[in-house]
Design a protein around this ligand. Structure first.
Ligand code: UDP
Length: 237
């Protein structure tokens, strides 16, 4: 088992919606939460950043200004956060849902020191509402929160791919998967794995990333044991 004490797990909204691609898939969410439980019971401090693409993506809004559209997207991530929290609590885990947009009736406001304290006490912390700012993404949120809380690594769960390829493996038969890659290479090759804000934030602050296939949620546990699974990204190797 690789020695990671504190991790940020980035779950896209899409990962929660299964084949439907919209809303919640109960079975899929159960499976994801079961594996989060495994990580937590192994003593790893788990913080989760949830996306919202299973409900709304700001950039796909029409007849609405971008900032308002992004606010809708961020509210979608709170719904996902509540859903994951509910299942984790049903499984007997202690959790805290935090939001970057204040809504104290449903979740705690994001306060960095409190988040760290929760993790130290073994609680699973779920970060929702992204950064609280329009024009950003939940990938950027994952990078930012990972740095803020001093995480050892970001686990980026992807649907439909088992790592980073030199070109789209669903289009090109000769696409080659990278086992290791630097952030600089991602930017130079313009690989669309995270947005450039998230990528450069990780690069500039030396935050390691593991990209893995969340279609099989047990991969979030296996990546710690099997170095060949997924793609590992660092500032340098
Ligand atoms: N969003 C935002 N600021 C943030 C994070 C998210 O405005 O800091 C909005 C944005 O509209 C985005 C939506 O929330 O499209 C859902 O997040 P994202 O697309 O990152 O979710 P994912 O693709 O991971 O499901």
């Amino acid at each position: 088992m690789q020695d990671f004490k504190r991790i940020v797990l980035k779950l896209s909204g899409e990962a929660l919606s299964g084949k439907a691609g919209f809303g919640f898939d109960d079975e899929v969410i159960d499976n994801i939460c079961t594996n989060i439980k495994t990580l937590s019971l192994r003593g790893i401090e788990v913080a989760i950043v949830v996306g919202g693409g299973n409900f709304w993506r700001g950039r796909s809004g029409t007849n609405i200004d971008r900032a308002s559209s992004d606010n809708i997207g961020m509210l979608g991530t709170v719904m996902n956060g509540l859903r994951i929290q509910g299942t984790l609590e049903e499984m007997g885990l202690d959790t805290r849902l935090m939001t970057a947009i204040s809504m104290t009736e449903v979740a705690e406001p994001y306060i960095r020191r409190r988040a760290i304290r929760h993790l130290e006490k073994g609680r699973i912390v779920i970060f929702s509402a992204g950064t609280g700012l329009p024009y950003f993404s939940t990938d950027t949120t994952a990078s930012l929160r990972a740095l803020e809380i001093g995480a050892d690594v970001i686990l980026l769960g992807k649907t439909g791919t088992d790592g980073i390829y030199d070109k789209d493996p669903n289009v090109y038969d000769d696409a080659v998967k990278f086992d290791k890659l630097t952030y600089k290479e991602i930017l130079q090759r313009q690989l669309k794995i995270m947005d450039t804000t998230a990528t450069s934030l990780c690069m500039d602050n030396d935050m390691p990333l593991i990209v893995f296939n969340i279609d099989d949620p047990s991969n979030m546990v296996k990546v710690f044991e099997d170095q060949d699974l997924g793609t590992r990204v660092k500032e340098s190797f």
